[in-house]
Design a protein around this ligand. Structure first.
Ligand code: UDX
Length: 441
């Protein structure tokens, strides 16, 4: 099948690579000429395990191409995917200008039936706006051409994106015609083999499903972070509590890990956008607002603990293990490491950081500065530091040699934002240990 994908960001590239790998003929359209050039050379602009190999092999097989030409894109695909960005506006709402620009462009160039599929995370009602924008453009050209608009939100996780796309838990499809539902079934057949994972519904329910899923997951995390903060004050261990409650299948073990707050390109943005959508229809989403407020405060927890421990951070050097918002990605968007670094700098402290893949991104964000050293290894980062803070649970940080760390640091103390270590073992090495919801507040 011929597929066009507008937007070569995270979702667009993974979608393109996986559809091409299933034998489809895929054309990616992006306005960024430099990015298109890189992709044509076989370079993947993002760090995502397994993606570059898929992009290269499918491009070599002639099933995956890249262009800046919207006209070429509209001419190519029966399926026109919209996977462009929806950055947050000032007021927290998602900015739809790129999505609607693609809709307009499809209306401008199409000469035949097209099925327009929205993969970007878009506020409820966007499919209707896409339809109206496209119809207005067609009307302006004096054309009446049939088309369908479909909502098909993406649930992939960074770091596991290719596997998530190839083996989805469910494929949500919002449609307003049977023809569109049939076309989506045909497209997803290779990913939908053993039992039917496609859930077909109306457009608005599909759009809300994506936000509700992310908001639910963010709520679980903020709930656990609140319990962790309470556990510290009442002398309980949140890690015991986590296992205790997770064994109830109604609660489950997933997404109840307390930590130094959730980050990334989705949860923070989507929780705010959904709360904003609620406010536009005169509904106050008080739970969502609290989830966001709890997370904002949680991103400051490690810093608060440091301040309490040291009194002042003036002149102190903090070793930082982990910069990316989670392991297996170089994504720094809304990463808790940023809140911590910025707070330490504001308090007159210095950072010696190590991350397996996100150091480039960090340099891009902050440039070269005297109070930021990017170390060549986890051991290098702790040399001469006053404290070690762990904010991303990369595997390489999971089993450190605590004796060596204790010797390398001036005042051995670890602030663990991911509860990676057994407090007893850390303390046996003569290191003071602060985690989230385990003893020391
Ligand atoms: C998320 C959703 O999981 C995915 O379905 C959606 O399509 C996009 O948003 P992603 O942003 O890649 O994916 O990251 P995810 O693995 O969900 O983690 C988000 C954040 O929550 C990370 O900062 C992570 O550290 C944090 N987290 C996750 C916790 O603090 N505790 C947990 O128990 C789980």
């Amino acid at each position: 099948m011929n597929i066009t994908i507008f937007g070569s960001g995270y979702v667009g590239l993974v979608t393109a690579a996986c559809f091409a790998d299933a034998g489809n003929d895929v054309l990616c359209v992006d306005v960024d000429a430099a990015k298109v050039e890189r992709l044509r050379r076989g370079e993947c602009p993002i760090y995502e395990p397994g993606l570059e190999e898929l992009l290269v092999s499918n491009a070599q097989a002639g099933r995956l191409r890249f262009t800046t030409s919207a006209a070429e894109g509209v001419a190519h695909g029966l399926y026109q995917f919209i996977a462009v960005g929806t950055p947050p506006s000032e007021d927290g709402s998602a900015d739809m200008k790129y999505v609607l620009a693609v809709a307009k462009s499809i209306g401008h160039h199409m000469d035949d039936y097209r099925i327009v599929v929205s993969k970007s995370t878009v506020p409820v009602g966007t499919a209707d706006r896409v339809r109206d924008t496209l119809a207005a453009e067609l009307a302006g050209r004096g054309k009446t051409i049939e088309f369908d608009v479909v909502s098909n939100p993406e649930f992939l996780k960074e770091g596991a994106a290719v596997a998530d796309f190839n083996k989805p838990d469910r494929v949500i499809v919002g449609v307003s015609s049977e023809k569109a539902a049939d076309l989506m079934h045909a497209l997803y057949a290779p990913f939908n083999r053993n039992h039917d994972k496609m859930i077909v519904m109306d457009l608005r329910s599909s759009e809300l499903t994506k936000y509700a899923a992310n908001a639910m997951l963010a709520t679980k995390i903020s709930f656990m972070n609140e319990m962790a903060n309470l556990a510290e004050r009442v002398g309980a261990d949140i890690e015991k509590v986590r296992v205790g409650i997770g064994s109830d299948p109604r609660i489950g073990f997933h997404f109840i890990y307390p930590g130094c707050g959730y980050g990334g390109s989705c949860f923070p943005k989507d929780v705010k956008a959904l709360a904003h959508t609620a406010s536009t229809v005169g509904f106050e989403a008080s739970l969502l607002n609290s989830v966001e407020a709890v997370n904002k405060a949680q991103k400051n927890r490690l810093f608060e603990k440091m301040q309490k421990h040291f009194g002042s951070l003036q002149g102190k050097t903090i070793a930082l293990w982990g910069l990316a918002f989670k392991p297996r990605t170089d994504d720094m968007r809304e990463a808790p490491s940023r809140d911590l670094m910025e707070a330490v700098w504001a308090a007159g402290g210095k950072i010696r950081a190590y991350d397996p893949v996100a150091m480039h991104e960090t340099e891009k964000l902050y440039g070269k500065r005297a109070d930021l050293v990017l170390a060549s290894s986890p051991e290098e980062a702790v040399k001469g530091a006053d404290a070690l803070a762990v904010v991303t649970e990369w595997r390489v940080f999971q089993s450190p040699n605590f004796e060596r760390i204790a010797k390398a640091m001036k005042h051995p103390v670890i602030f663990d934002g991911r509860n990676l270590y057994e407090p007893k073992f850390v303390e046996q090495a003569g290191i003071a240990y602060y985690a989230i919801g385990r003893g020391r507040a």
